[in-house]
Design a protein around this ligand. Structure first.
Ligand code: SF4
Length: 268
């Protein structure tokens, strides 16, 4: 996934997965002194939740001697998650995590670009990937099932290589590693997380795994094959520039600008 002289932005939230990823990459790359790691952290603006993790990330990065950069939704979009929860129009299907996910993907791209990275590493694990697949199936969103083909390496429109080194690893194995290595991580849960069906899907898959060990890994392999086949049958989305912000978009207005428009209830 990595070349000798890559400049790698590691998306670090302060949770166990991302801090473990940073720790392992630092350890693995210690001998390759031309590979540079930079931790990037996105501050969603969630009071009482993000503050603790920002401190943990800051301390951990300084302990590992890794440079870090923080970008906030407020700085990028003029709103944060706490404000967005108040502003979102009722009647529209705007869940906390759908707003947050749209903002975060863009924020991570901008953060990686701003530190001159050519690789963006995220700590998505097998459980995340499987849950996302199931959420899309349950929502009837077949297109997205194709999009999420869980390739561990993908190239984005800004030519940044996106890698998911943990995509075949169970979440609880990463937690075990973090505890065993005494990696400090945030324990506080996001106050908005229960709006998403993800919590129920996670519990359901964990129950199944308890009764049938290995079932998540089997399901993951099936999802890979299904989404790969779907992806190859889909026409590539026509991409153009967003008329509002100028970034690459599949429509006239990109999803981030559309979300901001809905929150502020303005017309472009
Ligand atoms: Fe954002 Fe949802 Fe994660 Fe909270 S749980 S940080 S709202 S994506």
């Amino acid at each position: 996934m990595l070349k000798f002289d890559d400049r790698v932005a590691v998306a670090v939230s302060g949770g166990k997965d991302s801090l473990t990823l940073l720790y392992i990459l630092k350890k693995m790359l210690a001998q390759r002194n031309r590979t540079k790691l930079i931790a990037i952290t996105i501050d969603e603006g969630i009071k009482g939740y993000r503050d603790e993790s920002l401190e943990i990330v800051k301390d951990f990065c300084s302990k590992l001697n890794v440079d870090s950069k923080i970008l906030s939704y407020d700085y990028l979009y003029g709103t944060d998650m706490d404000k967005a929860m108040v502003l979102r129009p009722s009647g529209k299907k705007m869940t906390s995590c759908s707003i947050c996910g749209t903002f975060r993907r863009r924020a991570m791209d901008i953060a990686a670009e701003s530190v001159g990275a050519n690789v963006l590493a995220t700590a998505h694990n097998l459980d995340d990937q499987l849950q996302t697949y199931m959420i899309n199936v349950l929502a009837g969103d077949v297109e997205r099932v194709g999009w999420i083909y869980p390739e561990p390496i993908r190239y984005s429109t800004n030519n940044i290589k996106k890698i998911k080194p943990f995509v075949e690893i169970y979440e609880n194995e990463i937690a075990f590693y973090a505890l065993q290595r005494q990696i400090p991580f945030q324990s506080e849960e996001c106050p908005y997380m229960h709006e998403s069906i993800r919590t129920q899907v996670r519990q359901f898959l964990n129950e199944l795994e308890k009764e049938h060990p290995g079932i998540k890994y089997n399901a993951y392999n099936s999802t890979m094959r299904i989404s790969k086949n779907l992806k190859s049958s889909m026409r590539p989305a026509a991409s153009s520039k967003c008329a509002k912000c100028g970034r690459i978009s599949n429509g006239k207005i990109c999803s981030v600008c559309n979300t901001i428009k809905a929150l502020r209830q303005v017309e472009y």
